[in-house]
Design a binder for this molecule. Structure first.
Ligand SMILES: CC(C)(COP(=O)(O)OP(=O)(O)OC[C@H]1O[C@@H](n2cnc3c(N)ncnc32)[C@H](O)[C@@H]1OP(=O)(O)O)[C@@H](O)C(=O)NCCC(=O)NCCS
Length: 235
């Protein structure tokens, strides 16, 4: 059982989300699960998966499809082709440090983004590469953005939702709008919203992204563990 802010829920953030908050966005077979197309390519299998679990996942995805295993340490059978390996960190927001959510004011130029904003969100992601983002990813949670002269120049959103936790994701600012505090303001707004509903923020960052890492540490995030992200193609 996982309760509020139980850290064990963070060892399988994809599986916990697909069984819980995101069950309505899941495709599953046996113990294997993934998101519906267009939302995310993240997949989950039971801990210490057997051949049947991998076969179930292959069946859900279909042949020759991309399986983003996220931080799952289990390696699929040899006929699954490796697509990528990326070293990263899972960071959790440490209580009693970083911004005081009670001091947060919802900025006037901060807007909640929805389906009608997807083309601009995809364009911003294309220009900034914060991590995977698809046309329906915004359905995973709340996405907040900042506009300058009407154009979307920064956004931050919510992604995985294991019990008691919300992952902050898609942190990006257009190159021409950087250094104006947009990312910090959006991150603080999300932290405040997540804490206000009794949950705790966490996030993932690539080890090589030293700029983002330093930014998260300044905001009160601490490294919980080092993880390896892996993606494969089904046979
Ligand atoms: C990381 C990113 C979102 C920061 O956006 P931003 O709106 O410019 O950030 P802010 O203006 O709020 O900057 C906050 C602080 O971090 C610093 N900072 C921001 N990006 C940095 C970088 N790449 N390297 C070093 N420092 C950085 C800023 O100098 C600023 O410091 P200051 O407050 O002392 O002036 C932006 O650089 C970006 O879109 N990067 C590409 C996408 C990405 O890697 N996202 C993170 C995925 S985990």
């Amino acid at each position: 059982m996982t309760g509020p802010s139980d850290v064990t829920a963070l060892d399988d953030p994809v599986g916990e989300s697909l069984r819980g908050h995101h069950a309505h966005l899941a495709r599953r077979l046996g113990g294997a699960a993934t998101y519906v197309p267009g939302v995310a390519t993240f997949c989950a299998v039971p801990a210490e998966p057997d051949a049947a679990a991998w076969a179930d996942l292959a069946k859900v995805l279909g042949p020759g499809e991309f399986a983003d295993m996220f931080s799952c340490p289990a390696i699929p059978p040899p006929d699954w082709d490796p697509v990528f390996v990326l070293e990263g960190r899972q960071m959790i927001w440490a209580r009693d440090s970083g911004p005081d959510p009670s001091h947060h004011e919802f900025d006037r130029d901060m807007v909640e983004l929805g389906a009608e904003d997807v083309p601009e969100m995809l364009d911003l992601v294309e220009r900034t590469r914060p991590g995977p983002f698809w046309p329906r990813t915004h359905e995973l949670g709340t996405y907040l953005g900042i506009r300058e002269d009407g154009a979307l120049v920064a956004m931050v959103g919510e992604r995985l939702r294991p019990p008691g936790w919300t992952e902050i994701s898609a942190v990006c600012t257009a190159p021409e709008a950087r250094g104006r505090g947009h990312a910090v303001r959006l991150l603080r707004a999300h932290i405040a919203r997540i804490v206000a509903r009794g949950e705790r923020p966490f996030l993932h960052v690539a080890e090589a992204n030293s700029g983002a890492l330093a930014l998260y540490e300044r905001l009160g995030f601490e490294t919980r563990k080092h993880v390896t992200f892996r993606g494969f193609r089904t046979p």
